[in-house]
Design a protein around this ligand. Sequence first.
Ligand SMILES: Nc1ncnc2c1ncn2[C@@H]1O[C@H](COP(=O)(O)OP(=O)(O)OP(=O)(O)O)[C@@H](O)[C@H]1O
Ligand SMILES: O=C(O)C1=C[C@@H](O)[C@@H](O)[C@H](O)C1
Ligand SMILES: [Mg+2]
Length: 177
Amino acid sequence: MPAMELAGNFFLVGLMGAGKTTVGRTLARHTGKTFYDSDHEIERKTGVKITTIFDIEGESRFREREKQIIAELCQLQNIVLATGGGAILAVENRQALKANGTVIYLRAQIDDILARTKHDKSRPLLQTANPREKLAQLYQQRDPLYMEIADLVIDTSSQNVNSLVQRLEQRLLNQQT
Ligand SMILES: Nc1ncnc2c1ncn2[C@@H]1O[C@H](COP(=O)(O)OP(=O)(O)OP(=O)(O)O)[C@@H](O)[C@H]1O
Ligand SMILES: O=C(O)C1=C[C@@H](O)[C@@H](O)[C@H](O)C1
Ligand SMILES: [Mg+2]
């Protein structure tokens, strides 16, 4: 039995390292929904890691694959979906997410993201000489897009995962009543 009754799909958006995968898994467990992660689905379908797709095919082909997967996942019901950090770049993805569920923007500070991702090589866009500058650029470009489709914005700074999920669930409950 899930601990809470919350209807519909929940789609998590935000920059890499914001906690979409981590928070999404816990939210799905608490609400009895099925958890998906668009990055993991792409890796499952292709049989290779995201970094390999970026290396061999480039970012634009990765974005095509991402679009296909997001369209498929948005047809499902009663799911929690952690999207890739750049999924909101495509207007088709923004429309599909907006139309098929509650969009939750996990809004993280750049310092927090740097701390969380510094030992992890799985994010090709951060494998640069100056990841802080890259993240600042991504934030500037993407924050308006995340905001555009968000039904709910959660500030993730100085929050451990458990208290963050608790706060998020309370807000989702308030929204449904
Ligand atoms: N609120 C938090 N406080 C502390 N650490 C966190 C928090 N949220 C996530 N983390 C940690 O930060 C790292 C990145 O989190 P996660 O992989 O969930 O991010 P993501 O948003 O899914 O990133 P991506 O877009 O690259 O898939 C993980 O090691 C996770 O344990
Ligand atoms: O922010 C991004 O553009 C990305 C985030 C990750 O989730 C992956 O989808 C990939 O590394 C690209
Ligand atoms: Mg993730």
